[in-house]
Write a protein that binds this ligand. Structure first.
Ligand SMILES: Cc1cc2nc3c(=O)[nH]c(=O)nc-3n(C[C@H](O)[C@H](O)[C@H](O)COP(=O)(O)OP(=O)(O)OC[C@H]3O[C@@H](n4cnc5c(N)ncnc54)[C@H](O)[C@@H]3O)c2cc1C
Length: 318
C-alpha cells in the first residue's frame, strides 16, 4: 500500500508545488506505515523519475498515451482514476494548485469518491480528520472524512518541500491505461506567454502597490526599486480596477498568490482578499501612512510614511 502522489509538471518541468505534495504525502504515509509512490503522466514526464525518488517516492508509476501528449483535465483525471483502480493506494494526493485540484476533482468524479482540497494537516484514523483552507484562505476548517480512499490536495505554500536525497533510486513501473475517447474533450491548443523569466508567482522579491500609489505613473518609483532588487511589481485590486496595472499583476484571492522572500507592500491597506495572496511571503515590509492599516499591523516590518518619500530613499540607499 502507498500514498500515491500525482506529480504536476508542464511539458516535463516539475512544478515546485509537487515537492510540497511529496512532503505532505510523507506525513500521511508515516502515520499509515506505508510508502510514498509517484504517478507521472505523459511522455515528457519520464525524465522526472529521479526527482520523484529524491523526494521520497519508492515506486514511480508512469503512464504514456497519445492523449497525454499535453495537459488535458479529462485525460489526466481518467488516467489518475485508472491508476487508482490498478494500484489501490491508501490515499491519493496532489498539490493544491489550480491544476492539481482540477485533476483530483476529475478523478474523484470518475471514482465517485469525495475529494478534500487545500489541506493543512491530516490525522489518519477510522475517520480521517483534517484542517483545510476555505474561503480563499480567510478561514481554516476542521473536517472529518469517511472514505474508502481519501483524495486530498495540500494547501499551496503551507508545507516546506523536504530535503532531496541525492542518488535515491525508485522502481519505475509502466502502467497501461485505456483512455476513453472522451478523454481528449479538453486539451491545450495554444499558450500565450504573459511574462518571460521571473514571474509574480516565483519572484524572490515583490514590490506591491495599492490605491495609495494614486496613478499608473506613480508605479515608476516601485519599478525603480524592483529593478535594483531584482524583483517584480505587483498590485492590489484597487489598482487593477482603476486600470493602472493589468490583472496579471494583481496579488490576492482573485489574483496571484505569491511566496517571495520579501514582499514590500506600498499604499496597500491589507484587506483579507489581498492578504490571503500575500501571507506566504517569508517577510513583509509595509509602507503606509496609516499606522492602523491591516497590512502594517500584520507585517514583519513597517515604515509609517508617504511611499513617494520612502521608496526613493530606499532605492537611493540600495
Ligand atoms: C470577491 C473579492 C475578491 C477580491 N480579490 C482581491 C484580490 O485578489 N486582491 C486585492 O488586492 N484585493 C481584492 N479584493 C478587494 C479588497 O477587498 C480591497 O478592496 C483591496 O485590496 C483594496 O486595495 P488597496 O489596499 O490598494 O486600497 P485601499 O484599501 O484603499 O488602501 C489604500 C492604502 O494606501 C494607504 N496610502 C494612501 N496614500 C499613501 C501614500 N502616499 N503612502 C503610503 N500609503 C498610502 C492608505 O493608508 C491605505 O491603507 C477583492 C474583493 C472582493 C469582494
Amino acid at each position: 500500500m502507498s500514498v500515491l502522489v500525482v506529480v504536476e509538471h508542464d511539458r516535463g518541468q516539475m512544478a515546485d508545488a509537487s515537492l510540497e505534495a511529496f512532503a505532505f504525502a510523507a506525513g500521511i504515509a508515516e502515520q499509515l506505515g506505508v510508502t510514498v509512490d509517484a504517478l507521472l503522466i505523459g511522455a515528457d514526464a519520464a525524465s522526472l523519475a529521479d526527482t520523484c525518488a529524491a523526494h521520497g517516492a519508492a515506486t514511480v508509476h508512469y503512464v504514456e498515451d497519445a492523449a497525454l501528449a499535453d495537459y488535458g483535465p479529462d485525460a489526466y483525471g481518467s488516467t489518475v482514476a485508472a491508476a487508482v483502480g490498478a494500484l489501490s493506494p491508501s490515499a491519493l494526493v496532489a498539490s493544491g494548485s489550480d491544476r492539481g485540484n482540477e485533476v483530483l476533482a476529475y478523478a474523484a468524479a470518475e471514482l465517485d469518491l469525495p475529494f478534500v482540497a487545500n489541506c493543512l494537516e491530516v490525522k489518519t484514523a477510522d475517520d480521517w480528520e483534517m484542517t483545510r483552507v476555505q474561503w480563499g484562505g480567510s478561514l481554516n476548517e476542521d473536517a472529518r472524512l469517511t472514505s474508502s480512499m481519501p483524495i486530498l490536495s495540500s494547501a499551496p505554500h503551507s508545507i516546506a518541500p523536504g530535503d532531496s536525497t541525492v542518488g535515491a533510486v525508485a522502481t519505475v513501473n509502466t502502467l497501461d491505461v485505456a483512455l476513453p475517447e472522451s478523454a481528449t474533450a479538453t486539451m491545450i491548443q495554444d499558450r500565450i506567454v504573459l511574462s518571460e523569466g521571473v514571474t509574480l508567482a516565483t519572484a524572490p522579491v515583490v514590490i506591491g502597490g495599492g490605491r495609495g500609489v494614486g496613478s499608473a505613473e506613480g508605479f515608476d518609483v516601485l519599478e525603480a526599486l524592483a529593478a535594483k532588487l531584482g524583483g517584480v511589481v505587483g498590485c492590489s485590486r484597487a489598482v487593477t480596477n482603476n486600470g493602472w496595472r493589468p490583472h496579471s499583476d494583481q496579488v490576492g484571492q482573485t489574483g496571484t498568490r505569491i511566496a517571495p522572500q520579501l514582499y514590500i507592500a506600498c499604499g496597500i491597506s491589507g484587506a483579507i482578499q489581498h492578504w490571503v495572496g500575500a501571507k506566504a511571503a517569508k517577510k513583509i515590509l509595509a509602507i503606509n501612512t496609516d499606522p492602523a492599516a491591516n497590512m502594517v499591523v500584520k507585517a514583519d516590518y513597517a515604515i509609517i510614511g508617504d511611499l513617494f518619500e520612502v521608496l526613493p530613499a530606499i532605492t537611493d540607499a540600495t
